[in-house]
Design a protein around this ligand. Sequence first.
Ligand SMILES: [Zn+2]
Length: 417
Amino acid sequence: MKETVLDRLLRYVKIDTQSDENSQTYPSTAKQFDLLNLLVKELKEIGASDVSIDKNGYVMATIPSNLPAPPEKGKSPVPTIGFISHVDTSPSASGTNVKPQVIEYKGGDVVLPGDPSIVLRVSENPELKRNIGKKIVTTDGTTLLGADDKAGLAIIMTTAQTLLNDSKIPHGAIRICFTPDEEVGAGTKYLDIKKLGADVAYTVDGDTPGELNKETFSANSAVITVHGRNIHPGSAKNIMVNSLRCMADVIARMPKDMSPETTEGYEPYIHPHTLKGEEEKTVLNILLRDFDTSGLDLLEKKLKSIIAEVQPLHPRARIELEVKETYRNMKEGVLKDPRITECMWEATKRSGMEPKWVPIRGGTDGSKLTAMGLPCPNIFTGGQNYHGKTEWASVWGMEKSVETCLNLVRVWVEKSR
Ligand SMILES: [Zn+2]
């Protein structure tokens, strides 16, 4: 029996797979295996080949090519395409006892039954409009939904089953990969890209239908440390150097028009996010983000000039700056072979959608994989409002994503000839 993408989503979201950023194990929570092992079983049931799971939880499988091998005379081999999604859900909201509801959406705000203070508002959800008269999936208001990225799992599984059942869609070899721990930044930590063996991959982990991502921020992290001197406040005159006061002067000089809360689109930012300190020593962690990697140098220069300005105000404090690379914009790697983005654009159009490139103001597993040598842009899933109780998914959007994945493998065959 052929299951729909909705059937699958509803089954997967009921399995608690929340990851944990404070864990020392890999995957960060053992319960992620509940879903990873289920996916292994389901991949075998639908007839995928080489189904495997390793000790870190990475699930892989193959849908063999249905093209003549070796390629017909004058035709080049079609690249092996990977589809990737993650099983874990965000630590920012509970993923225990998720009660998905399928609603025939008729318009207007949607009050969630488990907590009437949680409302999907039309004013905050422009995507609701496109779903009038269609089915959407919401939570009951007490947990997240987990469409991020169980919609991706459901879309890839449905795509796989369709390809295995319908020999009329020509496609090269396809590799499937499901990962743990994406939400805690470790989705690719032990991912063996040689074993995956794809020439190009697509994460199915976006949101709004039609939106495609080939660009992420380039990211550095900076740490400013101020060393002061502590002594009992009663006898502190001319001896104490309060590192907190010095750091306050540093933070006050950070440009307010260059912060996450005042920027969007391609605008860069400097974001102080964690501050720990006492008189003796204060440490500030900062995110530096720019789509243009060379722009990160300018952000670092800005920090240096702030420090140069503050230092004379606190001559006995010592201010240190350390900057480290976090991840890089995937654009360069993804554009090495123009077919990678051309095919996803064309596939989206053929699904009756208006494709649109949207820059991701963050990193993805795809940006890490691209840096590792496997170009990996991102495809929409139809989910919205990730990481919170107002998360919802458009069934139509998920179906469009399946259609896009099916078109994608077909377009790759055409573009390779
Ligand atoms: Zn995700």
